[in-house]
Ligand binder design. Sequence first.
Ligand code: SF4
Length: 309
Amino acid sequence: MNSDLKLRIAELKERKNAIILAHNYQLSEVQLVADILGDSLELAMASAKTDADLIVFAGVDFMAETAAILNPDKKVVIPDPGARCPMAAQLPPDVIREARKKHEGAAVVLYVNTLAEAKAESDVICTSANSPQIVNALEEDTVLFGPDKNLAWFAQRRSDKKIIPIPENGYCYVHKMFTAADIALLKERYPDAEVLVHPECDPEVQQLATHVCSTSQMLLRTKASPAKRFIIATEIGLVERMRRENPSREFIPALNTAVCREMKRHTLEKVYRALKDEEHVVKVPEPIAERARASIKRMLELTGKAVQD
Ligand code: SF4
């Protein structure tokens, strides 16, 4: 059944000049049909460069919106429109406007995990891979940073600027599941393992890591490191990809139940239907898209990645 669907997906992709972008947290069956598999930054970059007419985005709402913002003339579809990131919903635009009033002169740096209306209120966007780099590249000494408080803490440890989280307690429910006690236990059991932790995890968990990094940085590390064993503290989908791409090494999920329910809404069947019916279309109203686009492009410029206009 799956192999038949895969064939039909390949045939449709070719006929419609389509591309499938999938996040590292997708189900394996979806990862396997992706043209580009990666983290938020890699997928934003890929969507900015593609010549495809149709983009099928297997990720959550804010990611598909980012692709739509960067490609106003292309059709962007999401296989399941219910794939909405709860963290992105924690930062509505009025909270940003209020914070700006309260901290006049501060820059607003928003994690890519925000909805388009919030991005439109920002000065620049960042990802988990580049947040310290972006914060440190700004002229302002005070930075309003949201919505993830743990990522703000991670950036603060790597910057002399004053970073103020907005809202006060934004979080990802998946990365909140990891505890320092669990990681300490695993470190005791596997003393030779490298511990790779995502910066959306709590500070106590980050402090136990060998490296704190984005999903793509984790992948690179597992390929470059001399270690043979890794404890991975992020969503389980990435561990599946690591095992597939690096079968000679051992990957120990820090928590088997760290599953993002929203990411897992996309199935192979839904990807096929999205391609066939060209649904569900993701469109961002142009006045909002224009302002959000400027902030995304500023991120890409600050990280030295040119974007085609
Ligand atoms: S893992 Fe967390 S931040 Fe990522 S999409 Fe799921 S809820 Fe949102």
